[in-house]
Design a protein around this ligand. Sequence first.
Ligand SMILES: [Zn+2]
Ligand SMILES: [Zn+2]
Length: 195
Amino acid sequence: MLKKCAKCKKEKDATKFYKSKIHKYNLSPWCIDCQSEFYKKRYWNNREKSLKQSKLYYIANKVKQLKQCKKYRQKNRTLINKRKKENTQKNLNSWIRYFGNKFFYCEICLKKIYYFSGDVSKSVHFDHKQENLSIKRPYSWLTQHYANQNNINIWVKCNFGKLCLLCNRAIPTANRKQWIRKVDDYILKRKRKEE
Ligand SMILES: [Zn+2]
Ligand SMILES: [Zn+2]
């Protein structure tokens, strides 16, 4: 028996059709070739669609993740900053305990100065502009180090000159002796003119 395929319109033997109880002659209206072609197409279409969907999902998810990451980093940054601040305070407190409420006299002008006064004009200015010191920036070093025995030893070894703000500002970093001699010469010269 021959049957015409509803899809390709070719007449084919009944064996070239799937059996189907809901159709006429208990045969599927499409031939096996057409039907498998149709299923194949549907499979690939769906595959592409589902791939696209998963890709979109992936991108959307990625964006979401990135946003969360950023949020996390921001949250973290505040936390890190807070910890840093706390650490700085902890370090400074340890040095305040070590130095005590000590005051000094500026080694040049003898002005009374304190370690931590909160007022720069009344605070010690460490004369660190000397060569071969292991601590380059005394105040920031203090904020970054805890006053344990090891750090205290490092600090003491530096033996910073303790000056007031003005004296510290006045003296140059290099060739100090030469500079002083020149200042001295200058004063003498001026004095002679006055006389
Ligand atoms: Zn067909
Ligand atoms: Zn001074």
